[in-house]
Write a protein that binds this ligand. Structure first.
Ligand SMILES: *Cc1c(COP(=O)(O)O)cnc(C)c1O
Length: 458
């Protein structure tokens, strides 16, 4: 039986800088707009929420940003993460393709999220922040930030989408073990939460609502900042450590990917694996095909228009130009909590607009089936979100089989599924169904934007 091959780098081969794709992009990224005036924002507008170092990273055009030593020394607990050649999966599929996956489930939170949580906690600590507020859906981001805050001695307050709060007691316990305070959102702690509950006392919550609550508290208190686990440029920047390592590991393997696949919720793990390779493509060094995969029930890149929209439900955040399903969108309760966000990272939306990447959506029955095929071959239980990347990689491998092509396929296995086994239980019990997102709802959500956003989109 041919077995897996593991490409490992040692600690001394850790990347020492993150890669900023803004240095290599064609054209100008559309500016971020102030929610009140509709004018481009400056660094001071973000200062109530973020430390200055992160605001600078949000705007910089420098190609490389040094990773601070204190961040590197925490990264070293699980980084560099392994790159596997999926020999047993290749066999099971009978494909001539070479399938590789980068495994981010080895982190203490079980996903890629600590790559940015550790950096964000560090810069906040250095600038004197006492406490961070945040939101979490499935619980991955809240876990990562709780661990990072604990490491740097910061307090952490997590607004957890109510439906997940009730369904995921293990995630909650993990965050509490690391000292975080958990609040089910919508809550009565904030004006945003109280307004939502006044309209609908049984509201199950959404990421957009939880963001409103966390942002509101951070904006009010001088010693409290807000941390976002995806979407923003600085988050994507921190995740590029994944792709930078993968480039080195492909050199060890004497190979290079023809196709790269990543799943997209807000776009951070996808950008993390793909942007360093895209940078090489943009600089004319080596071509690559890149595919973003999202759930058919939350089809931001494949069905959402490219437009200015808010990051949250209560319209407290700046306006971002991105693919969006509308900031009032509440996705159906399908089983990939991490992919249930109405918007998409502006940088990921921009590279799609520029024709540099492709996007595809998949239904949940297919992705769970693929996840089980993968687990049986490779011995790792993927997170439901990661199953989207697994399924698309398997599709590519089967295409190679049909066309008799020996391509190299790389996907990001962004997390393990050990806290998400209920979704597999439901899948095995035949309780999952496929949802197609109705087009009329997208049009409605966008028509409902406030005047400042409609003006920006005119
Ligand atoms: C949060 C999360 C996602 C979605 O977020 P991105 O920013 O799109 O990466 C995907 N997979 C896992 C395992 C997650 O925890």
């Amino acid at each position: 039986m041919s077995s897996q091959i593991k490409y490992l780098l040692d600690e001394t081969q850790m990347p020492e800088a993150w890669y900023n794709i803004q240095a290599d992009l064609p054209g100008e990224m559309p500016p971020v707009l102030h929610p009140g005036t509709g004018e481009p924002i400056g660094p001071q507008d973000l200062a109530p929420l973020f430390p200055m170092a992160l605001i600078e990273q949000e705007m910089t055009r420098e190609r490389y940003v040094d990773i601070p030593g204190d961040v590197l020394s925490i990264y070293r607990q699980w980084r560099p993460s392994p790159l596997f050649r999926a020999r047993r999966l290749e066999r099971a599929l009978g494909t001539p393709a070479r399938i590789y996956y980068k495994y981010e489930g080895v982190s203490p939170a079980g996903s890629h999220k600590p790559n940015t949580a550790v950096a964000q906690a560090y810069y906040n600590k250095v600038e004197g922040t006492r406490k961070l507020t945040t939101e979490t859906g499935a619980g991955q981001w809240g876990s990562a930030l709780s661990i990072a805050c604990q490491a740097f001695g910061l307090e952490c307050q997590v607004f957890m989408v109510k439906v997940s709060y009730n369904q995921k007691p293990y995630r909650r316990a993990l965050m509490e073990a690391f000292g975080a305070e958990l609040i089910a959102s919508p809550s009565d702690r904030t004006a945003a939460g109280r307004a939502i509950l006044a309209k609908d006392p049984t509201c199950i919550g959404s990421l957009g609502m939880a963001i409103s609550e966390a942002v509101e508290l951070a904006a009010q208190a001088g010693d409290t900042h807000y941390a976002l686990g995806s979407v923003l440029n600085h988050v994507l920047l921190h995740q590029t450590v994944i792709g930078i390592e993968a480039i080195e590991q492909f050199a060890l393997a004497g190979d290079y990917p023809d196709v790269i696949v990543g799943c997209t919720g807000g776009g951070s793990n996808f950008a993390g694996i793909a942007f360093p390779f895209l940078g090489r493509k943009l600089r004319g060094e080596q071509d690559v095909r890149v595919i973003a995969v999202e759930p058919a029930a939350c089809p931001t890149l494949t069905k959402g228009p490219y437009a200015y929209d808010f990051g949250d439900t209560s319209h407290l955040t700046p306006l971002l130009k991105m693919n969006t399903l509308g900031s009032t969108f509440v996705p159906p309760g399908f089983h990939s909590g991490g992919l249930r966000y109405h918007g998409m990272a502006p940088l990921v939306s921009y590279v799609l607009q520029q024709g540099l990447i492709e996007a595809q959506s998949l239904h949940q029955l297919e992705i769970f089936k693929a996840g089980i095929t993968f687990a049986q071959a490779e011995g790792i239980m993927p997170a439901p979100e990661a199953n989207h990347a697994v399924a698309a990689a398997i599709q590519q491998a089967l295409r190679c089989k049909e066309e008799n092509k020996e391509e190299a396929i790389l996907f990001n296995l962004c997390g393990h599924g050990h806290f998400d086994m209920q979704s597999y239980i439901d899948y095995f019990a035949g309780k999952l169904q496929d949802y197609e997102y109705p087009e009329e709802e997208i049009a409605m959500a966008l028509a409902g934007l406030p005047p400042v956003a409609r003006q920006a989109n005119a």
